[in-house]
Design a binder for this molecule. Structure first.
Ligand code: FES
Length: 170
């Protein structure tokens, strides 16, 4: 286990100590799940087993709670979230083609993350930028008036930035 992983687990354990000391520990479960997601970006299976153990709550119950709330990510998410708008204005202006382009370029479908963990693809319903439809959002940045070429160019900008970052760090 790396130092970072050990630190995360220690922080989570400390957080859970407080939860189990409380008589109504079940009501702390959601707070603990939030903490796990804050630390790991999603709910890793092995960490959830630790939570079940520590809090003495059946794993099935924990997964039941986790899947009930859409907020929780059950699988790893990418560094960047790409949301393609399929709202009416975007749909009319060719959003489906934009979505197909992104899927093809990233080789994933909606709800999935690329192998390099750089992108997660999502659908959205109106991002409030109908005037520049069709639109996609990457993290919190909106890109409009998209066609296939522009869409690929934007994705490549992120790949390039990532590559430059990696080079800087090595
Ligand atoms: S429908 Fe896409 S931004 Fe409004």
């Amino acid at each position: 286990m790396t130092q970072v992983e050990t630190d995360k687990l220690n922080e989570l354990n400390a957080f859970m100590e407080q939860a189990v000391q409380n008589e109504h520990s079940d009501s702390y479960l959601i707070a603990v799940l939030h903490k796990v997601q804050q630390l790991y970006g999603y709910l890793p299976r092995e960490v959830m087993d630790t939570v079940a153990d520590k809090m003495q709550i059946p794993t099935a119950h924990i997964w039941g709670v986790a899947t009930f709330y859409h907020y929780f990510n059950l699988s790893p998410i990418g560094k960047h979230t790409v949301s393609v708008c399929l709202g009416t204005a975007c749909y009319v202006k060719g959003a489906e083609k934009v979505l197909d382009t992104v899927k093809k370029e990233l080789k994933i479908t909606v709800g999935q993350t690329t192998e390099d963990r750089l992108f997660t693809l999502q659908e959205a319903r109106c991002l409030g930028a109908c005037g520049i439809a069709p639109v996609m959002m990457i993290d919190d940045k909106i890109y409009g008036e998209l066609d296939a070429k522009k869409t690929v160019d934007i994705i490549n900008q992120y790949r390039k930035a990532e590559k430059q970052n990696a080079e800087k760090q090595s």
